[in-house]
Design a binder for this molecule. Structure first.
Ligand SMILES: [Zn+2]
Length: 277
């Protein structure tokens, strides 16, 4: 007959085993989800990106980012680059990533600004020209070849109804990463499709709101790619300058254990890690 003491002891052993097992299966410090390992014991990764080559990114953003020593990704259209050519050359010199955001920014015609340039009226060859011509012009203007792409308005289709096609394969053929917009989760490095990586909006937010997103992503070993538009005093579609400063300080603090890098840097790392495992 098994004594009560032995049952208690067996239960304790079983509980310890369960705890150990849960520990082994759950995320470990320095490991991300499913054992994915970020470099130097970082818990997760954060990229800051800004779209549309808006002039405030050059006028207000570059000096701030230089002071903070943080490198970001600018997804640009060549037309926007021409408006501040010297500034965009400075962005390249400062080590920021210059990436592709199409030639003329086609989105659904339901957005008033895109009514005459609607994705519903596009074909895949037209979209391929958008990608290739933008790459060529960016190269001519700034001497860099974009490695990553951001879908204008986060939309990934051409055509309408039965004829709708995804243009994600065109992006996958040409770029290391294709980034979305207004997505509701950070990227899980073990499963995310780099051709449609999630993009998290951070315009119009205060620091506490952004910190919550960062902390959640780091706790889950994920990669959050923030997306902003204007940089300046708080207003519509604007990343507040003071909030951006606070965020950079927080991300650079070693105790945050965040890897801050451009979309290309982190995308390359994710791709390599996957090749190894
Ligand atoms: Zn855009």
């Amino acid at each position: 007959m098994i004594s009560r003491a032995l049952i208690t002891m067996l239960a304790a052993v079983a509980a310890t085993g369960a705890l150990l097992w849960a520990g082994a299966a759950g995320p470990q410090k320095g490991d991300g989800v499913n054992g994915f390992r970020w470099p130097e014991g970082k818990k997760g990764a954060v990229s800051l990106s800004f779209d549309d080559a808006r002039t405030s990114q050059v006028d207000n953003g570059l000096a701030l980012l230089k002071t903070e020593a943080v490198k970001v990704t600018f997804f640009v259209q060549p037309e926007g680059v021409q408006k501040r050519l010297a500034g965009w050359k400075q962005a390249v010199a400062d080590g920021h990533e210059i990436a592709n955001h199409s030639l003329t920014h086609p989105c659904t015609g339901n957005y008033a600004f895109s009514k005459g340039n609607a994705l519903e009226n596009y074909t895949l060859p037209m979209m391929a020209r958008q990608l290739d011509d933008a790459n060529e012009q960016i190269h001519k203007l700034l001497g860099v070849k974009p490695k990553t792409f951001a879908y204008p308005c986060g939309q990934k289709f051409v055509g309408r109804g039965n004829e709708v096609m995804s243009y994600v394969p065109l992006v996958a053929e040409r770029f290391l990463v294709g980034r979305g917009y207004l997505d509701e989760a950070a990227n899980d490095p073990t499963v995310c499709d780099l051709a449609q990586a999630m993009g998290t909006a951070f315009d119009d937010m205060d620091f506490a709101q952004i910190k919550t997103i960062v902390d959640e992503a780091l706790a889950q070993g994920r990669w959050v790619i923030f997306v902003g538009h204007e940089i300046g005093p708080r207003a519509y579609q604007t990343t507040d300058t003071k909030v951006l400063e606070e965020l950079c300080d927080y991300l650079k603090n070693p105790s945050t254990q965040a890897w801050v890098g451009t979309v290309e840097e982190i995308g390359s790392y994710v791709k390599k890690q996957r090749a190894v495992h």
